[in-house]
Design a protein around this ligand. Structure first.
Ligand code: HPA
Length: 277
């Protein structure tokens, strides 16, 4: 291993050791809160918050709508940890720092990763304000968290991606959503580096490539989690219509507002899933 990756592994181990000293039980579930999706934290009981800045070697997030803390607690009686604040590639982080939290979860022994995000709806049939369960992705970020020497203790050099978005978790999510009368879509997420929203020509291209939603996160974490053999579910809040023919100017504030409302639905689905798993 080269120095860089060796140091990275040490950093992850240091952060993990610190957290192990602070918690009594290993959380079975980790839920990563996307932009505007902090409402999910409201259902968590017995909260113990640990600020990223107090965790040795943990990166600190800068994106609007992202706080920067881990929230340990219980959800429907199960041990969970929320990552309130994620690291985006567009903030200037190395891909390895974007996925730092996922590696810490892997080292802690967390079984399930639930990722959430705000995304633009490329599929013209999608209504704004609804959740989309991600079935698959297209990586258009032009980078990858696994580039560089492989950490063999964490996973294989060439990880399989055929079930990265675990089929049984997706089936359960759809079943639970239907029981709760929450309409959900299922589709393909394309990840861009950002931070600008896409041009109409780019949106046309992504749709032609088979994507249903577009966003600036999640894919690096999915790749790291797949590498680490973790069971993963990812859900987008469709916050805007990313359809070239009726594209309106979009701001980050609008995205956060719609994400907040959609987040309530996503929170209900995830809480019910945690109960059933
Ligand atoms: N594009 C990219 N990222 C996004 C969008 C979008 O339209 N909406 C929310 N995040």
């Amino acid at each position: 291993m080269t120095g860089d990756i060796k140091r990275y592994v040490e950093r992850v181990n240091e952060a993990t050791a610190y957290l192990k000293g602070k918690i009594e039980k290993t959380p079975e579930f980790c839920i990563v809160l996307g932009s505007g999706l902090q409402v999910i934290a409201d259902s968590v009981e017995n909260q113990k918050r640990i600020s990223y800045k107090d965790i040795p070697e943990f990166p600190v997030s800068t994106a609007p709508g992202h706080k920067g803390e881990l929230i340990f607690g219980t959800l429907n009686g199960k041990e969970v940890v929320l990552m309130n604040g994620r690291f985006h590639y567009y903030e200037g982080y190395h891909m390895r720092d974007v996925t730092f939290g996922i590696r810490v979860m892997q080292q802690l022994g967390t079984k399930y990763i639930f990722l959430t995000n705000a995304a633009g709806g490329l599929n013209p049939d999608f209504e704004v304000g609804r959740p989309m369960i991600i079935s698959d992705h297209i990586n258009m970020m032009g980078d990858n968290p696994l580039i560089g020497p492989n950490v063999d203790d964490w996973g294989p050099r060439f990880p399989d991606m055929s079930n990265a978005y675990d089929k049984s978790l997706r089936e359960l999510a759809k079943q639970v959503a239907s029981e709760l009368n929450i309409p959900v879509y299922e589709g393909v997420y394309v990840a861009v580096a950002g931070p600008n929203f896409e041009t109409p020509a780019e949106l046309r291209m992504f749709r032609a490539l088979g994507a249903d939603a577009v966003g600036m996160s999640t894919v690096p974490e999915v790749i790291a989690a797949a590498h680490g053999g973790m069971k993963l579910l990812a859900v987008s809040a469709i916050t805007d219509r990313a359809v070239p023919d009726d594209l309106k100017p979009l701001t980050g504030e609008e995205v956060l507002e719609v994400a907040n409302k959609t987040g309530r639905m996503i929170a209900k689905i995830l809480a019910e899933m945690v109960k059933k798993l």
